[in-house]
Structures are given as structure tokens and as C-alpha cells.
Design a protein around this ligand. Structure first.
Ligand SMILES: NC(=O)c1ccc[n+]([C@@H]2O[C@H](COP(=O)([O-])OP(=O)(O)OC[C@H]3O[C@@H](n4cnc5c(N)ncnc54)[C@H](OP(=O)(O)O)[C@@H]3O)[C@@H](O)[C@H]2O)c1
Length: 256
């Protein structure tokens, strides 16, 4: 039974894997047998994730680039195809919000968030799809957010980008379905990652409790609680699943 979750022989690129959810998902994919390409911009964080994977006996390649740099991102996909022979799984995880209200965010700040959370994911998926379609097998997994479904204050650009990413997920699933490439998304709720856009929320005991109380499970998620979702969507276990958004939010979105 566990064979359907095996990623033996697969190559996976996880963007933004130098810390947080990306790091946890990179480890999960490696544990199931994938060779993982660890991306981010900070070489120290990338090396730390690579060391953690290697320490567990996994195989890994470090690849620093800014996902919003079109030339660098295209070159990275091409390098993976050339050096490792194939790219089978793309996890579009690199992303963030800036906590700016709709009225205070400048046009440049709006564009920055749309670029990292939506445009870069589209460009990477498009480039990665070339080899995947040629080989007739591929998995593209976009990391959205519960904020694509329910909004909170000071988050308009992020909510818009993640909702766009989910629309893109469905559109690419329809376009590429006949080729053997599936495109799905994971929409995490509020997760305990050490140093990210939600650090101020977690640091405030009132807000921290407020967000825990909003969930059915009455708590924040842990970074490794996307492991099952990412392995499912990356493996043959999800072979008939495409265009889906898997919400992993402790029940926040189903609770009144
Ligand atoms: N944590 C949550 O509660 C939560 C909830 C819902 C959705 N999400 C989504 O999950 C994803 C990961 O979130 P996280 O909490 O793990 O964030 P995080 O801890 O801030 O990590 C973000 C990662 O993305 C990388 N990154 C950022 N911009 C990049 C760029 N332009 N090019 C390459 N790498 C870049 C960062 O690495 P460098 O600094 O090395 O570049 C880092 O590895 C994001 O898409 C986020 O929107 C998170």
C-alpha cells in the first residue's frame, strides 16, 4: 500500500525551502524517495535544509535563485533538466504577504506581492511543464492560503494573489490534464513557522489565542502538518486528482 506514496526516482523542486513550510515539505518529499532541489535566496538557509535532508539519508541539490527573476528562474528549471535529467514535481511555495492595508500599500508593494505569490508561480509552472508534458507525467503543487477563501485585515494583495493562484491551478489543470500533468494546490491555515509574515500575530497572546479559537481543532498548525498533503499530491496516490485545492486549516474555514 505504501508504494503508491513512493517518490523513488522522482526529482522535486521546492521553492522557498530555506525555512518554514517549504523546508518541512522538502524533507517530507525526500523521506518518500524524491531527489529534492532546495530553493530560496538565502544560501545559509538553503544549506541548512540540504544538510537536514542529507542527514536523514536523502539526496538533495541546492539551488539559490529569486523566483521573481524571470531569467534566473527559467535558467534554474533548464539546469535541473540538464543536470538531473528530469523535473517531475514542482512545489510553488515561495511567497509572503506584507501586512499592508489596501489603502496604505503603494502600487509597487501591490505588484511585489502579486509577482512573488502569483506571477512567479505561473512562469515556473510554464517552464517546468515543458519537460513534464514531453515525458507524460508531472505534478505541480501551488501553495495557496486560507486567505484565498477568507480574508483578514491588512492583507488585500496577498488574498488577491492567492485567490488568483487557485484560479490558475484550475486553469492549468484543465489545459494540461490530457498530457499527464496534474496541477493542484494546498491552502494552509495558520501554521507555526518560526520567522514569517505572521510572527507579529503569534507574538501577541490575544491574537494568537484568537486565531487558535477560530479553528475546529483549537490550535495553530505545525509546519510538518502539510507532510501528508504534499506527499499525496506529489505521488501516484493522487493520480485522479487535479485542479483541486486541499485546505489544511484545522477546520478554520468550516467553523462559524
Ligand atoms: N505559515 C503559514 O501560516 C502559512 C499559511 C498559509 C499559506 N502560507 C504560504 O506558505 C508558503 C510558505 O510560507 P512560510 O510561512 O513557510 O514562509 P517563510 O517562513 O517566510 O518562508 C518563505 C520561504 O520563501 C523563500 N522566498 C521568499 N521569497 C522568495 C523569492 N522571491 N525567491 C525564492 N525564495 C523566496 C524564503 O527564503 P529566502 O529568505 O531564503 O529567500 C523562505 O524559504 C508561502 O507561500 C505562504 O504564503 C503560509
Amino acid at each position: 500500500m505504501t508504494a503508491i506514496f513512493s517518490l523513488d526516482g522522482k526529482v522535486a523542486l521546492v521553492t522557498g525551502a530555506s525555512r518554514g513550510l517549504g523546508r518541512a515539505m522538502a524533507l517530507a518529499l525526500a523521506r518518500c524517495g524524491a531527489h529534492v532541489v532546495v530553493n530560496g535566496r538565502n544560501p545559509t538557509g538553503i544549506e541548512a535544509t540540504c544538510a537536514a535532508i542529507s542527514a536523514e539519508g536523502g539526496t538533495v541539490t541546492a539551488m539559490a535563485f529569486d523566483t521573481t527573476d524571470i531569467v534566473a528562474a527559467d535558467a534554474a528549471i533548464d539546469r535541473i533538466e540538464a543536470d538531473l535529467g528530469h523535473l517531475d514535481i514542482l512545489v510553488n511555495n515561495a511567497g509572503y504577504g506584507n501586512g499592508k492595508t489596501a489603502r496604505e500599500a503603494t502600487n509597487a508593494e501591490w505588484n511585489e506581492i502579486i509577482d512573488v505569490d502569483l506571477n512567479a508561480c505561473f512562469r515556473l509552472a510554464k517552464r517546468a511543464s515543458v519537460g513534464m508534458i514531453r515525458r507524460g507525467w508531472g505534478r505541480i503543487i501551488n501553495i495557496s492560503s486560507i486567505n484565498a477563501h477568507i480574508a483578514r485585515e491588512a492583507n488585500a494583495n496577498y488574498c488577491a494573489a492567492k485567490a488568483g493562484l487557485e484560479g490558475l491551478t484550475r486553469a492549468l489543470a484543465v489545459e494540461w490534464g490530457p498530457t499527464g500533468v496534474t496541477v493542484n494546490a494546498i491552502a494552509p491555515g495558520y501554521m507555526m513557522t518560526p520567522d514569517n509574515m505572521d510572527t507579529p500575530l503569534r507574538a501577541d497572546p490575544v491574537q494568537r489565542e484568537r486565531f487558535a479559537e477560530r479553528t475546529a481543532l483549537k490550535r495553530w498548525g505545525q509546519a510538518d502538518e502539510l507532510d501528508g498533503a504534499i506527499v499525496f499530491l506529489a505521488s501516484n496516490a493522487s493520480s485522479y486528482c487535479t485542479g483541486h485545492v486541499l485546505i489544511v486549516d484545522g477546520g478554520m474555514s468550516v467553523k462559524i
